[in-house]
Design a protein around this ligand. Structure first.
Ligand SMILES: [Zn+2]
Length: 587
């Protein structure tokens, strides 16, 4: 591997202080088009939220994502767009990067699986697997489309289902009866690319990864992953129990990682590439190498346990459709090479965020897509909703009504209203500064105690990667603030006891500063505005402790504060009607 090995080492005293190093990867979005909110909710957003939390706690975090660019769908989408596939991927990557930035996803690197780094690593893994007797050449009979001048992947052969007579059934599966098919079983098959029926079976050589030889090693590895959540483990065991089959890892395509053996083109494979499923997960490592080459950092200390990665905690985020591949398929690649690669420690998987009763669909453009979402509302509103409704324990359904209700209640009524109320009052009654005078009383003591308990709970849920519970704990903290303010009623106290009102206002302003820090992983843009309002931007990126009394007395007396513009405008019924019209989804 020729990736740069420039090592940037922190001074020893800093290294000693670094308690935790955390590598975080999100499932890689496929290159063909902007992703929908379900994709965002089930991998990229939770990865970002967790990264922000751990960075704020002082962990050394590396957050990696990339576009998954190889394979037939990219080739066909490029052809449909009248572009060569490289140009198409360049454009689509830039578009995905743009919406990713729009959602404030804080990648350390947003890479590309078509990078030279990934090519080199993929070829290395294939060589090492073959050196260990885990790859062999086999001859397949595959369907060749004479008019298209290419072999057709299973799903690009269509015809009549031999089981239920549905037409068109795809060569891998019938959408009507669900039967798993082999394309040669289809009656009157044709090319889904050109509709040509001029097809024939041709012999073609491919490389197979002998996963069947890895069955026991992978089961032992999964057995040892006691940190995996139940959804992840159940999917892994289902596939292990069915038994691992050997997988073809090459395809007759032009777009992909060229098939080599020890650095030279592999004879007979000059017009073949590695299958996209083989090279895509290697891009987690490839993207880290891209980051290292661009920045001068060392990527191996994140990925090689013999080169510093032994103390790294590696967390992956993905939808449930990707879990089998990441608990069985990719581990077969990594374990098979017998090299000291860092393996995943925690695999956080998600169910589906559905669109009303059905699925979001990229091909049918059903649902709200990331670019359109940003056109109608700020990213923070979506981020909060998608975390609060995270499809963790079961599928979760998006409806406009529930969205409106949750956003208006949590963000406008609870958080926005609190910040606005206390800051306006400070401006009108205390000259816009953190007031002096008075001593905290029993109400503040109770608030501090309740706050401490909730802060501990929030940290536990964040550490446990429980998004819904984290948002519930955070909302409960916001509610504590509102309840305190209502009970302590500084607007009444000010009439008779200015010092008492000052105590309440100080506590309230400190809560504002605290809310900003706690909310930042979820709603980073708004958190910055809130912190700015109480002059606390410098502390924004530092996660608070769990001592409520300390957090209620942090802001210096006399510091100027200023009410921000309205943080969250309520979503009106008329807006909902407009969006239903635009995006569909009326019940
Ligand atoms: Zn069928």
């Amino acid at each position: 591997m020729g990736a740069k090995r420039l090592r940037v080492t922190a001074p020893p005293y800093i290294e000693a202080a670094m308690t935790r190093r955390i590598l975080i990867t999100s499932a890689l979005p496929y290159i063909n088009g902007i992703k929908h909110l379900g994709n965002l909710a089930g991998s990229q957003l939770p990865a970002d939220v967790y990264a922000r939390f751990e960075r704020a706690r002082g962990s050394e975090v590396l957050l990696i994502c990339a576009t998954d660019e190889h394979g037939t769908p990219a080739e066909l989408a490029a052809a449909a767009a009248g572009q060569d596939v490289r140009t198409y991927c360049d454009e689509q990557h830039a578009l995905q990067r743009q919406v990713s930035d729009g959602f404030n996803l804080s990648w350390d690197w947003f890479g590309r699986s078509s990078s030279p780094e990934n090519r080199e690593l993929t070829q290395h893994f294939a060589d090492a697997l073959e050196d260990h007797g885990l790859i062999e050449e086999r001859v397949d009979q595959m369907i060749y489309s004479i008019d298209d001048g290419r072999f057709l992947p299973d799903r690009y052969v269509e015809g009549t289902c031999p089981v239920c007579s549905f037409r068109p059934a795809r060569g891998d599966q019938c959408d009507n009866c669900g039967s798993l098919l082999d394309p040669t079983e289809l009656i009157e098959p044709y090319s889904a690319v050109s509709k040509s029926t001029n097809l024939e079976l041709r012999a073609t050589r491919h490389l197979y990864l002998l996963q069947s030889k890895m069955q026991e090693r992978i089961r032992a590895w999964v057995d040892a992953r006691t940190d995996f959540p139940p959804l992840t483990r159940s999917i892994a065991y289902k596939h292990l129990d069915e038994g691992l089959i050997d997988r073809g890892i090459t395809r007759d395509l032009a777009w992909g990682v060229p098939v080599t053996r020890n650095g030279a083109p592999r004879p007979g494979f000059e017009h073949k590439v590695f299958y996209v499923w083989f090279d895509a997960p290697i891009e987690y490592i490839g993207a880290t190498a891209e980051w290292a080459n661009a920045t001068g950092y060392d990527w191996e200390r994140w990925w090689r346990t013999d080169k510093g990665a032994d103390d790294v905690r590696y967390v992956q985020f993905m939808g449930k459709d990707n879990v089998a591949f990441h608990t069985v398929g990719f581990p077969a690649t990594v374990l098979g090479v017998e090299e000291p690669w860092k393996m995943v420690d925690h695999l956080k998987s998600f169910n589906w965020l559905n669109w009303y009763g059905g699925k979001f669909s990229t091909s049918q453009r059903r649902g709200v897509f990331m670019d359109a979402a940003l056109e109608i509302l700020p990213a923070d509103v979506w981020r909060w909703y998608l975390c609060a409704q995270s499809p963790e324990t079961a599928d979760s359904a998006f409806t406009w009504e529930a969205f409106q209700n949750l956003v208006n209640k949590d963000l406008a009524d609870v958080l926005g209203n609190f910040v606005n109320r206390i800051l306006k009052f400070t401006e009108t009654r205390f000259d816009g500064v953190v007031p002096e005078g008075g001593e905290p009383g029993p109400l503040e003591a109770r608030l501090a105690a309740e706050l401490g308990a909730k802060l501990t709970e929030l940290v536990q849920h964040m550490e446990g990667l429980e998004l819904r519970r984290s948002t519930q704990a955070l909302r409960a903290i916001w509610v504590l603030g509102n309840e305190y303010l209502t009970e302590a009623a500084p607007w009444t106290a000010i009439k008779s006891d200015r010092d008492r009102a000052a105590v309440v206002v100080r506590a309230g302003l400190n809560l504002v500063a605290l809310f900003a820090r706690l909310s930042r992983p979820f709603i980073p843009t708004t958190a910055a505005v809130i912190a700015e309002a109480v002059g606390d931007a410098a502390a924004l990126e530092i996660w608070p402790g769990t001592d409520g009394a300390v957090e209620l007395a942090r802001l210096p007396v006399g510091r100027p504060v200023k009410a921000p513009e309205v943080l969250f405008r309520k979503i009106e019924d008329a807006q909902i009607a407009e969006w239903v019209e635009r995006f569909g989804g009326a019940p």
